[in-house]
Design a protein around this ligand. Structure first.
Ligand code: ASP
Ligand code: MG
Length: 426
């Protein structure tokens, strides 16, 4: 008997019909002789609707109450799903995050899992029931309050449950057939990936790919959980996300690796340029300490060569748009102390990243990338690299052309157009 954790995203349970369809699918897995635990997201756009509602009531909702409100979305879908399964003649029980033993720290809106104690789920399974768990939520022992894991956090719920219960596999059901070489909504000829390493998946998720929550990938990597990302709208085999170092004995990666696993884009970032920074030791440290104190998450950093005549330089960096205002305010307040000339803020940037394990051993990837962008008439403003990733920044309005050109240049285009079933990709 296998233990399978299945996660269904909001677009897979968007209405009563979908919930009944998903219920049938869960029952099929159960009838094949498996123990099944399900993590479920809120129906369709429920979370966004609840957020809008909160902001109609007050411009700055209290974080504790916001979490209380948002977790209601997953309570609705879990209860409906359990009812639908019961009406098919099978035992199913729904559990809130706290009932399921998802213990987190106390940080509302971005809580981290500190412990998972799934005793009640284990009991339900032992009694032959299917356990349905509300995704994206937990409980803090410190504050004794309900918390949420951050947008898209149901993936992380599923992975954490899989790790704690020692599941054989964690299946992430979504509205596309798996992980694609690029977002199939933008790149029509994006290709489904059969297998991808968790390291590549981390880089893609960190570069804007939205199909998996980045913390879920981190958690899976740390706890050696194999993921299967697949569609809830058909029975096709999806994408396996695995750690090549932890494959079971005797099983080796059979796939011929392509140099590039995928191309991701990100329109959620902004760029700050600090103009005329004195080029002396310690200034960058001061600047980024100020930014770090605002909790902004800095990504790319570029420092120009300083002009010999002035002894000053420019430093640019990217960060989430949501963090932009507080970083600008903090830096402005420190302008006199640090002695830079001015600040520029640009929220019309787009980031593109190519990711691939085989970059380690293949030269020429950056040349191919830059050539493709040049031929598409796209200007590069910033570049950064890791061992298996090259990222560039360009204008937001040229990012779709850029990703299509790069996808083609690396030979990733599929014969046929990808099928996208619905929803928003979650
Ligand atoms: N419902 C939450 C959200 O929309 C969590 C999730 O879908 O994973 O962000
Ligand atoms: Mg959702």
């Amino acid at each position: 008997m296998s233990l399978i954790v299945q996660k269904f995203g909001g677009s897979s349970v968007a209405d009563a019909e979908s919930i009944k369809r998903v219920a049938k699918r869960i029952v099929e897995t159960h009838r094949e002789g498996n123990e099944v635990v399900v993590a479920v997201s809120a129906m369709g756009d429920t979370t966004d609707d609840l957020l809008d509602l909160a902001h109609e009531v007050t411009p700055i909702p209290a974080p504790r109450e916001l979490d209380m409100l948002l977790t209601a979305g997953e309570r609705i879908s879990m209860a409906l799903l359990a009812m639908a399964i019961r009406s098919l003649g099978y035992d199913a029980r729904s559990f809130t995050g706290s009932q399921a033993g998802m213990i987190t720290d106390a940080q509302h809106g971005a809580a981290r899992i500190v412990d998972v104690t799934p005793g009640r789920l284990r009991e339900a399974l032992d009694e032959g029931a299917i356990a349905i768990v509300a995704g994206f939520q937990g409980f803090s022992r410190e504050s004794r309050d309900i918390t949420t894991l951050g947008r898209g956090g149901s993936d992380t719920t599923a992975v954490a449950l899989a790790a704690a219960l020692g599941a054989d596999i964690c299946e992430i059901y979504t509205d596309v057939d798996g992980i694609f070489t690029s977002d199939p909504r933008i790149v029509k000829r994006a290709r489904k990936i059969d297998r991808i390493t968790s390291e590549e998946m981390l880089e893609l998720a960190g570069s804007g790919a939205k199909v998996l929550h980045i913390r879920a990938v981190e958690y899976a990597r740390r706890h050696n959980v194999t993921l299967h990302v697949r569609s809830s709208f058909n029975y096709n085999v999806g994408t396996i996300v695995y750690d090549p170092q932890k494959l079971p004995e005797g099983e080796e990666s059979t796939m011929e690796e392509s140099i590039i696993a995928g191309v991701a884009t990100d329109l959620s970032q902004a760029k700050i340029t600090v103009v005329g920074v004195p080029d002396v030791p310690g200034v960058a440290a001061k600047l980024f300490k100020i930014v770090a104190n605002t909790n902004a998450n800095v990504d790319m950093i570029v420092q120009n060569v300083s002009a010999a005549s002035t002894g000053r330089t420019d430093i640019s960096f990217t960060l989430p748009k949501d963090d932009g205002q507080k970083a600008i305010t903090a830096l402005s307040n420190a302008q006199d102390g640090i002695g830079f000339e001015s600040l520029q803020y640009d929220d019309q940037i787009g980031k593109l990243a190519v990711v691939g394990n085989a970059m380690r051993t293949n030269s020429g990837v950056s040349a191919t990338l830059f050539e493709a962008l040049y031929e598409a008439g796209i200007n590069i403003e910033m570049i950064s690299t890791s061992e298996i990733r090259i990222s560039i920044v360009t204008r937001a309005d040229s990012i779709n052309d850029a990703v299509r050109a790069v996808h083609t240049a690396f030979g990733l285009d599929a014969e046929d157009e990808a099928v996208v079933h619905g929803g928003t990709g979650r």
